[in-house]
Design a protein around this ligand. Sequence first.
Ligand code: AMP
Length: 300
Amino acid sequence: MPLLVVGSVALDCVETPTDKRDDVLGGSAVFFSYAASFFSPVRMIGTVGEDWPTRHTRFLQDRGIDTSGIETIAGGKTFRWRGRYLPNMNDRETLEVHLNVFGEFKPTLTAGHQDSRFVFLGNASPTTQLSVLDQVPKAHLTVADTMDLWINIQRDELATLLRRIDGLVLNDSEAKLLAEDENLVRAGHTVRAMGPKFVVIKKGEHGAMFFSEHEMYVMPAYPTPRVVDPTGAGDSFAGGMMGHLAALGRLDPQSLKEALAYGVVTASFTVEDFSLDRLQGINRRDLDSRLAEYRQMLSF
Ligand code: AMP
């Protein structure tokens, strides 16, 4: 089933302890869409400026991604993010964020996009995420991402969003901030009690934790020895997870668990090179064989 994603479309500058890249393709909607496209048809909603290289749109279209929801704003500039990774390659600092056209982003979905059954609300303001939710009345599964900025400045709007979505994906420090609790297990349960049916806490190189009313489990990260650039790992995790669910069209606990495993494995490829460079070089068979290896690692 088609999967709709709304989020940032970006030009990223990334510095790691040993290398750097300027103006590479990035953004939450981009990483998500590319990752999800291994599994199901994807509809991408975003905004870019006049400086956006059209080759990036063609690159996404060549993957079969529906890019008709990417709006180009005349006279505008594309969202830009600059980040630097610390030597542990897990923690990063944001050096610059220029919201540009993303700051005024008010997505209006076409009738064709409004019938989407699987919806991912990538990192954007809760107000924007709520406005998208209003436009997808037939959605079976709605999952959102959020970040510290919105927890700090739009907590009330975020609380409204949490009461309306099925799932929330966020990282460990954000879960602690939202729950106001340093204990991650308690924080996960607290965030779940704020409304979503399930919460996935991403822990970078330490994997992910899942919380629903009746279940809690942890999934380790796939232990790749080649960590080049972790940017987009969280979004590709969500893309792999949602892509698998959209392909199955099922939401039972076992399918959700398998979806998380696909998310882990997809993200493990993303970190092996800058931008989408590594994901570009793999196919569904590579994902499946790494999933089989991961499954084997977890059985005892
Ligand atoms: P991740 O590493 O999965 O957290 O995602 C990194 C991507 O998020 C980068 O490609 C950035 O362009 C994008 N990004 C960074 N800050 C923001 C923000 N405030 N809103 C939306 N997207 C962002």
